[in-house]
Design a protein around this ligand. Structure first.
Ligand SMILES: Nc1ncnc2c1ncn2[C@@H]1O[C@H](COP(=O)(O)OP(=O)(O)OP(=O)(O)O)[C@@H](O)[C@H]1O
Length: 317
């Protein structure tokens, strides 16, 4: 069971000099012919945070990850991972011994059993946390990987990514294919790792999981970073999710104010995102015969729609 109090002290200590970012991305650009898969992307990921890299399919998330790991070369700009410039092959190779990576599709030789796959990675990088991880995530180790479900492949990949106890773990859509129970276990595990001082960079198109588990989020659209914020700030700026039930049918023209966006009314009920001051909303509502009001935090999905408009093709989890 994790608690809020056992946060890593080196990451939280205000007296220590600000630690160098674990990932530093500077003007990173990757073009494939006419497609700009990453377009002048710049941001840092700090030690001890869970950073969510969010965007719909094709936005450019995997491209950034592959650039960070030196699997492809930038067209322009650069990035550093644990201090190693991704263009410096030798430095990056050394840094990568402290990096775990869960790719979007696993490049395992599928005829091998799960155990043989883990043995292979153990010989390359070590496996001091293997048993501990297998208590949490249990792929059927004796079976060939080609017989695995998508979820079992993910679990094998997660064990592989963490078993050498890396400082930074880069996860490409880590929970896709996991059932809800295993997703929960994965989220709790990531939070524990963060609290123990690990840095987690994880890409997702599932807004609800980013909202639940990440400290900060970068939102990428068509290769460009369109937002970079603390989750809490993003939710706060997103206004409030409000439902109002009146005793009478709603006259939308009279009811709606400029601070209400995405207003939907059905008979006596209105739902909208409120971007103004709560006191002003209450003052406005006293003009009506109100049966019930429900004011809550907005879903990241709703905020996301403001970035993506009607093209938002992402799922809510
Ligand atoms: N090797 C490649 N050659 C040509 N185009 C590519 C290549 N790799 C990626 N792209 C294009 O770059 C863009 C970004 O792709 P990328 O895989 O980075 O997106 P993504 O956000 O990770 O999406 P997904 O979740 O679907 O993997 C897409 O338009 C994709 O078609």
């Amino acid at each position: 069971m994790r608690t809020q109090t056992d946060v890593d002290e080196t990451a939280a200590d205000p007296d220590s000099d600000r630690a160098a970012p674990v990932i530093s991305i500077d003007g990173l650009t990757k073009r494939y012919g006419d497609v700009t898969a990453n377009d002048d992307v710049t941001f840092d990921v700090d030690a001890g945070e869970i950073f969510g890299y969010l965007g719909p399919n094709g936005a450019g998330k995997t491209t950034t990850i592959r650039l960070l790991l030196g699997l492809i070369k930038p067209t322009a700009g650069t990035a550093a991972v644990l201090g190693a410039d991704v263009r410096d092959r030798r430095a990056l190779t050394e840094a990568k011994s402290k990096v775990g990576y869960l790719p979007d599709s696993l490049g395992f030789e599928e005829r091998l059993t799960g155990r043989q796959v883990l043995e292979y990675f153990a010989r390359m990088r070590g496996d001091e946390r293997r048993e501990e991880l297998l208590e949490l995530f249990h792929p059927p180790l004796e079976k060939p990987v080609e017989t695995y479900s998508h979820g079992n492949k993910r679990m094998l990949g997660i064990v592989q990514a963490f078993m050498h106890d890396p400082d930074l773990v880069i996860l490409d859509e880590p929970t896709s294919g996991l059932d809800p129970l295993k997703q929960d276990r994965m989220h709790a595990f990531l939070e524990d790792e963060r609290d123990a001082g690990k840095t987690i960079f994880f890409s997702s198109h599932v807004l609800s999981e980013v909202q639940r588990v990440c400290d900060r989020v970068g939102i990428i659209r068509d290769g460009a970073l369109v937002a970079l914020e603390d989750i809490d700030d993003l939710l706060e700026r997103g206004g409030k999710d409000v439902r109002v039930h009146l005793a009478e049918p709603i006259d939308e023209e009279r009811f709606t104010t400029p601070a209400m966006i995405d207003v939907e009314t059905v008979d006596r009920t209105a739902r909208f995102t409120y971007t103004g001051e709560p006191a002003a909303l209450l003052e406005h509502l006293v003009q009506f015969d109100v049966d019930d009001v429900d004011i809550g935090d907005p879903q990241l999905d709703d905020i996301f729609k403001h970035y993506y408009g009607n093209d938002a093709s992402t799922g809510g989890g």
